[in-house]
Design a protein. Structure first.
Length: 545
């Protein structure tokens, strides 16, 4: 016969659960005894990828189950025969040891395993396209898949078999959105596009070219493919058209042997911008294209020889001055050449003054020499340094004459040569940055430049039919001031050890404006010229240690 039902019967003599004797006890007494006994907690080794941890099983939700252990003892008692029970009554029952029944709280196990392996979980990392400056090519940083140890699977395994002392967490992986394999065709195409590109103006022998690196600056290599950089593409197009265009030359005066002589007008040929820009964009994005022809159109002069005014019959409309004390010999040469080139330029009635047209190209053949210019965020040696002294002086004269400004550019930082009239200046660059003002005086204008090298003084005069108006230009109003950043030191290995040479000078930053007031028969009106000077750091070159 078996053990009586419920907690009123007795467990068979000789039974041991774990290390605790429970024979002869009621199930309730056995549960109470097991609950109060210390238990040896096994250590479990957890492995995820290449990392392992050894932790007490209790940390993973492991525990002894007294009720299940006693239930096993009850079942064992029922299996023993009457003879074994009789022997047990007289003290001869054999000992039977049953293991403790253990269990695992799966939720606790999962939480503990997730906490333990948290540092191993990584999100996917997309491949990245970048330009390798050393190799001068587009390249790829590889992608990385997302990885996460599967704590839920390991917790289920442990709950199914609490006796395990080693748990292995499978690693779940999933790919990045942009893998190297997907992006590689874009990178390869980007590198094929990076080649020299020649440009020619249709119907002329004029041409220009972009280097491979200059072409590479005209597009982006992105995850979605090749995208044109419209801003730099248009800027490059403007520079190229400035180089290849041959605008019509109006009739004008020039100084020859100290006398003004008439120069006949010339027809020209310029870019048909809409058609040429479309062809340029298409060529840039076609790796097979090595050259592109810009569509052209005729350029007709607006002032012919017969229309030139007689200078002696004109009156002084306005003038502008500037000084250039401290200029180098090269800068003085460029000021003199530029002043002579614009002297005698005539702006027809209703026409537009273009400083670059009046000046001609800034080339050695046109008399210009090297000098300091602002380029690429630095003050560097370049052809034509000092030309802006003349453009600034011309701007002051034409602005004082009340002419509407159609194009004007500023210098990057505050230039001492144009003081004390801060902000009252105009920068030019050939090709691309011009100074343009509309002639609204009702008659032609004659430009006269008077350069006094001995006194370092330049004056540009505007002669014409003086309109009935008065013009007042206010001093600059500073709206914001920004101090210059700390100096930068750059190693120049061509210098002697310990030598120091200053190559750029500190300038504070300013946001400012000048206001022009014009009074004429139409009433009074004002306009503003705004300037934003960057704070500029001093730069020193130092010899190697």
């Amino acid at each position: 016969m078996g053990l009586a039902a419920g907690d009123t019967g007795r467990l068979a003599p000789g039974l041991v659960v774990g290390t605790v004797p429970v024979g002869g006890l009621t199930p309730a007494e056995a549960r109470a005894r097991l609950t109060g006994q210390p238990v040896a907690v096994p250590q479990v080794t957890v492995q995820a990828g290449k990392k392992t941890w050894t932790v007490p099983a209790t940390r993973l939700g492991w525990s002894v189950d007294p009720a299940a252990s006693v239930a096993a003892a009850v079942r064992a008692s029922g299996d023993r025969d009457l003879w074994q029970k009789v022997r047990g009554m007289v003290g001869q029952a054999p000992t039977q040891t049953l293991p403790l029944v253990t269990r695992v709280d799966e939720a606790r196990a999962r939480a503990a395993l997730e906490a333990l392996t948290r540092d191993l979980a990584t999100n996917p990392k997309n491949a990245a396209i970048f330009f390798d400056k050393t190799a001068r090519r587009y390249a790829l940083k590889p992608d990385q898949p997302g990885r996460r140890p599967n704590a839920a699977a390991a917790a289920r395994t442990f709950a199914a078999d609490p006796g395990q002392t080693r748990l292995s967490l499978p690693i779940t992986e999933w790919p990045a959105q942009h893998t190297a394999a997907k992006l590689r065709p874009h990178v390869e195409r980007g590198n094929r596009l990076m080649r020299p590109l020649a440009v020619k103006l249709q119907g002329t022998d004029r041409g220009g070219a972009l280097t491979a690196l200059q072409v590479a600056d005209l597009y982006w290599v992105r995850e979605s493919g090749i995208e044109p950089d419209e801003k730099t593409l248009r800027a490059a197009f403007d520079r190229l058209t400035g180089a290849v265009d041959r605008p019509a030359q109006n009739a004008r005066f020039r100084l020859q042997g100290g006398k003004l002589v008439k120069v006949k007008e010339e027809a020209g040929r310029v870019t048909d911008r809409q058609a040429a820009l479309a062809a340029f964009r298409k060529a840039v994005l076609d790796p097979a294209a090595t050259s592109v022809v810009f569509a052209s159109k005729a350029s007709r002069p607006s002032l012919k020889l017969a229309g030139l005014p007689i200078p002696d019959q004109l009156e002084l409309v306005a003038s502008g001055t500037s000084t250039y004390h401290g200029s180098s010999a090269e800068r003085r040469t460029n000021v003199a050449v530029a002043a002579a080139n614009i002297h005698g330029y005539v702006v027809p009635e209703g026409g537009e003054f273009s400083f670059l047209s009046a000046l001609g190209s800034i080339t050695p053949e046109n008399g210009f020499v090297g000098g300091l210019i602002i380029s690429g965020g630095r003050t560097v040696e370049g052809l034509g340094g000092g030309v802006c002294q003349v453009s600034t002086t011309a701007f002051r004269a034409l602005y004082q004459a009340g002419l509407p400004v159609t194009e004007r550019h500023q210098h990057s930082y505050r230039v001492g040569y144009y003081e004390p009239e801060v902000g009252y200046e105009a920068a030019v660059y050939d090709p691309g940055l011009d100074l343009r003002l509309k002639n609204d005086t009702g008659g032609p204008l004659f430009i006269k430049a008077v350069n006094d090298n001995a006194r370092s003084r330049l004056e540009v005069q505007v002669w014409g039919i003086k309109p009935e108006r008065t013009v007042t230009v206010s001093p600059a109003v500073i709206h914001r001031y920004t101090p210059h950043p700390p100096a930068q030191y750059v190693v120049n290995r061509t210098l002697a050890p310990g030598a120091v040479r200053q190559v750029d000078w500190a300038k504070d930053g300013y946001d400012l404006s000048i206001t022009r007031t014009i009074k004429d028969g139409k009433g009074t009106r004002t306009d503003q010229t705004r300037t934003s000077y960057k704070p500029w750091r001093a730069v020193y070159e130092v010899g190697p240690q």
